[in-house]
Design a binder for this molecule. Structure first.
Ligand SMILES: [Zn+2]
Length: 422
């Protein structure tokens, strides 16, 4: 609403000010980009509301105005959407996906020969799958095509989650010359370039892939340069790190979030808690998805038999590490799946494994995918909780996820920015 107001006043002001002198052709008038009109006010009645911070309320009505939660009160009268038998939560947030990854025409991850239009449409399919299954915000880590997808969704007509993207990934050689390791200055340049290109965050590889053993690949000095520069331009850093050494180096360098953490020791888990580093252990979806879809990946890059053996061995290792992580006081465990081709739309499987196999309390799993995830994105004042003033990003499931976490699979209602999607 406000955006329209500004755009219209600029337009009117611009038209009056831009009268060309006599004899000159009038310039094309400045117009605002086409954008969907704001949604009409609605009310939602919910049997149970989980606010995203661990609180529960029963029989509640939410009034939604201008895409935001305007009021929350006792249920009286008839609501636009009656979700009496359901559990309503803030829209879920996945802090680590690869929204563009897809299986191509032959059903394999090999996307060679695809046109940009084909790739764009696969990305749109992933975005749709993700949104209708309850995820109203995702962080993609990240590829250049994310930018067009994000812009298309933001125009308001293509259904998809809010997207934040790193646009690209930075490793120990990014910006280096002749395939040599990058100097700290070259890495600082790479961070500034990503910022200038509009990246919402920086994605770093501090360690090798789990398929290659996961040892530290960026030096301590390189991590200090990259995360230090990112902090200077107020960008968060999402760091892929499997080995304990790579995690420790990233945390001490002031990076903001660690991904995977397969070989994390109690010492580095405690260090993350002390430094306030967000931790996203991917225990339930990414490796399982690779194994389930092995023929679709096998033979491409490091997706070889040895790589698959590493991934299979890592599943119980990550789970054991996750159980230790749950015991570390103050550790900010955040929800992320590393969803790649085959996993989009199944993101909640990560939460189900964290609860059923890892022993996380269901209410904590839900907070990790709502308020904690929003805080990790520095968007806690806009999304991740149900309270007045927040975006009306909402998801409802049948059943009670506090007593049976698999209820998260039964999404019956999704709203993003006040617009009902499902
Ligand atoms: Zn990833």
């Amino acid at each position: 609403m406000r955006r329209w107001g500004v755009a219209l006043s600029l337009l009117i002001g611009g038209t009056l000010a831009a009268q060309p002198p006599a004899g000159q052709a009038p310039a094309a008038p400045a117009v605002a980009p086409v954008q969907q009109a704001p949604p009409a006010p609605v009310t939602i009645r919910a049997g149970v509301v989980l606010d995203g911070r661990g609180n529960l309320a029963r029989d509640v009505v939410l009034r939604i105005e201008n895409g935001k939660i305007a009021r929350i009160g006792r249920a009286v009268g008839k609501a636009t959407y009656d979700l009496s038998g359901m559990t309503l939560m803030p829209g879920w947030i996945d802090t680590h996906v690869h929204i563009g990854w897809h299986f191509g025409k032959d059903g394999r991850m090999d996307n060679r020969g695809e046109t940009p239009a084909e790739q764009a449409l696969y990305g749109a399919e992933n975005a749709y799958q993700t949104l209708v299954n309850g995820f109203t915000t995702v962080q993609s880590a990240g590829s250049p095509s994310d930018v067009e997808l994000k812009n298309a969704i933001n125009r308001g007509l293509l259904p998809g989650p809010r997207i934040l993207t790193s646009i690209r990934q930075i490793n120990e050689r990014t910006g280096g010359t002749n395939r040599q390791p990058a100097t700290p200055d070259q890495l600082r340049d790479a961070v500034r370039k990503a910022a200038a290109d509009g990246a919402d965050l920086i994605k770093l590889f501090a360690s090798a892939s789990i398929r290659d053993g996961g040892t530290q690949t960026m030096s301590d000095e390189q991590l200090q340069a990259a995360c230090g520069e990112a902090n200077g331009v107020h960008l968060r850093t999402l760091v892929h790190a499997h080995s304990a050494e790579s995690i420790k180096a990233a945390v001490l360098a002031g990076c903001t979030q660690i991904e995977h953490g397969t070989f994390a020791t109690d010492e580095v888990l405690t260090l993350m808690a002390e430094k306030g580093t967000f931790f996203d252990p991917n225990v339930g979806l990414v490796l399982q998805n690779y194994l389930e879809n092995k023929p679709r990946f096998l033979g491409i890059g490091n997706y070889n038999e040895e790589g698959f053996a590493h991934m299979e061995k890592a599943i119980p290792v990550v789970l054991e590490m996750f159980k230790r992580a749950l015991k570390v006081k103050g550790l900010k465990i955040v929800f992320g799946t590393d969803a790649v081709a085959g996993a989009h739309g199944r993101n909640v499987e990560e939460a189900i494994v964290r609860v059923q196999n890892g022993g996380q309390a269901p209410v904590d799993a839900i907070s990790s995918m709502t308020s904690i995830a929003a805080a990790s994105l520095r968007m806690g004042d806009r999304i991740g909780t149900i309270e007045p003033g927040r975006e009306a990003d909402l998801v409802a499931v049948t059943g009670n996820p506090l007593t049976d976490i698999t209820a998260l699979r039964h999404v019956a209602f999704v709203m993003k920015g006040g617009r009902a999607i499902r």
